[in-house]
Design a protein around this ligand. Structure first.
Ligand code: SAH
Length: 457
């Protein structure tokens, strides 16, 4: 059996979705961080568990052909975001497809077809959102990223996944805080003001939102801050404060206050206009979202007389992109300001027959029932669901299947919960169509997926 500090030679067979190389020796699974499928490595065991060991890469004996020689990012590796930064993108795509297949296998659905992964192939500058923690380093205000699984801030202004303007704005904000001696929040003591810098960018519109998350109500020199910020960066259309006085690792508090401009930014997706409030979800990769929605649109294939029920609708993007302005559209979303945006977005895009309900989509008896009643005949209603990573509430699946909707298109950001939920749909008499994996987050371990569920096995 293995013991800590043992050194072993190992062939790496695959990379898991946490970015660790995986090999087998004497019936044990061995995870080696930084190793790549196809590598032969010398590794040192650092942790022994019943079924697996964790080892550190000591020496690369034979380098895999899947390794990339490109220096992808200047950020310290400990930032933990781009776990696939050291492998070729084609290989990453294959790994992600296998990850989706593995999820369906584990859920007892090995017969479900998993199509080749779709991607925009744009692996740089695609993120339109950042939430940087502030830190005091050497007497200066900095922003950075939490080192993987910790709350230690690694100072870093640039991230290859983000647009360049984020780095410039972050520097501006830190310089301003230094100049005005504005304090930085300390997690241990709960004292200090600046907690996070929250940025959003509309890729198509160019508009930027700057929101400072502070441990208080007021930012010193806030008027001067917004004026100078907007003079320096004319694309900044919204400057907001978010108050978070709780001792919590949750980034955003509940209250927002507008400092300058509008309380939202605008962007377009597939030719439709959207306003985005700071508390509302907005797909983090613009071009990736357009691809995802196109795939969902193909699967929904909405007929002219059909109603579209968009569950977990956010600011209404899926429904408004997939339907035509004449469609009867019913949306459900839990965040009130997102629902307000959805209503405005429907108007701005000429949808005269759209209604949105605010509440928990898992509240099947009340809220969903009301929304479903508004849809009319289930036979003439297509359903799209796009839940967060934890997937669908079992009660919601029971309810949707009991109503007998002929087809439900599931857009997912977590292959494991997607597979679990598909198994539940099958158990209630629904056929599972082919799964299309979609890579919205190149270089990271995330993978989206779209699948249609049809009534009748
Ligand atoms: N379809 C949208 C949003 C998808 S993200 C888009 O493509 O932009 C998932 C959304 O579900 C978020 O807007 C989140 O606020 C919402 N949500 C999370 N839990 C929910 C619940 N229990 N009921 C309804 N909506 C929920």
């Amino acid at each position: 059996m293995f013991r800590k500090n043992d050194i072993l030679e190992l062939d790496i067979e695959e990379i898991n979705n946490l970015g660790a190389g995986v090999g087998h020796k004497d019936g044990m699974v061995i995870f080696v961080k930084g190793a790549v499928s196809g590598d032969r490595v010398k590794a040192k065991i650092i942790k022994v568990d019943k079924k697996y060991c964790v080892a550190r890469l000591e020496q690369l004996l034979v380098a895999s052909r899947e390794r990339s020689s490109e220096v992808f990012c200047k950020a310290p590796e400990a930032c933990g975001g781009c776990i696939y930064r050291h492998i070729l993108y084609e290989h990453e795509c294959e790994m992600k497809r296998r990850y989706v297949m593995g999820a369906f296998l584990r859920a007892g659905l090995s017969d479900v077809e998993v199509e080749p992964l779709r991607s925009t192939k744009q692996d740089k500058g695609y993120r339109n959102k950042a939430q940087y923690p502030f830190a005091m380093v050497g007497g200066r205000v900095k922003v950075g990223f939490y080192a993987g699984k910790t709350h230690k801030v690694m100072p870093c202004f640039s991230c290859t996944l983000q647009p360049e303007i984020f780095e410039k704005i972050a520097k501006f904000v830190c310089d301003f805080a230094d100049e005005k001696r504005i304090s930085v929040y300390d997690e241990q003591s709960g004292k200090g003001l600046l907690r996070h810098l929250y940025l959003r960018h509309g890729k198509a519109s160019g508009e930027v939102m700057v929101c400072l998350v502070i441990n208080g109500d007021k930012l010193p020199f806030e008027e001067e801050f917004s004026v100078r910020l907007r003079q320096t960066f004319p694309d900044v259309k919204s400057v907001m404060l978010n108050a978070n006085r709780q001792k919590t690792s949750v980034i955003l508090g509940r209250e927002y206050r507008l400092l300058s401009g509008r309380s939202y930014i605008e962007d377009t997706l597939l030719g439709r206009r959207f306003r985005i409030s700071p508390a509302a979800f907005y797909q983090v990769n613009h071009d990736g979202a357009e691809l995802l929605y196109r795939i969902a649109a193909e699967q929904v294939a909405l007929g002219p007389d059909e109603t579209l029920l968009d569950l977990y609708c956010g600011i209404g993007t899926i429904g408004l992109c997939l339907a035509s302005p004449r469609t009867h559209l019913v949306g459900v979303e839990i965040v009130p300001s997102a629902v307000e945006c959805a209503r405005e977005n429907a108007k701005a895009n000429g949808f005269g027959n759209a209604e949105f309900f605010c509440g928990d989509a898992g509240d099947a008896e009340n809220l969903i029932d009301q929304a479903i009643k508004r849809c009319g005949d289930p036979e003439k209603t297509a359903v799209v669901v796009d839940p967060p990573r934890k997937g669908l509430d079992a009660v919601l699946i029971d309810h949707l299947t009991a109503k007998g909707f002929p087809r439900i298109v599931y857009v997912s950001c977590d292959p494991d919960t997607l597979a679990r939920d598909c198994a539940r749909f099958r158990a209630r008499g629904y056929r599972i169509g082919p799964v299309t994996p979609v890579d919205m987050f190149p270089k990271t371990g995330h993978c989206e997926g779209v699948v249609s569920l049809f009534k009748g096995l």
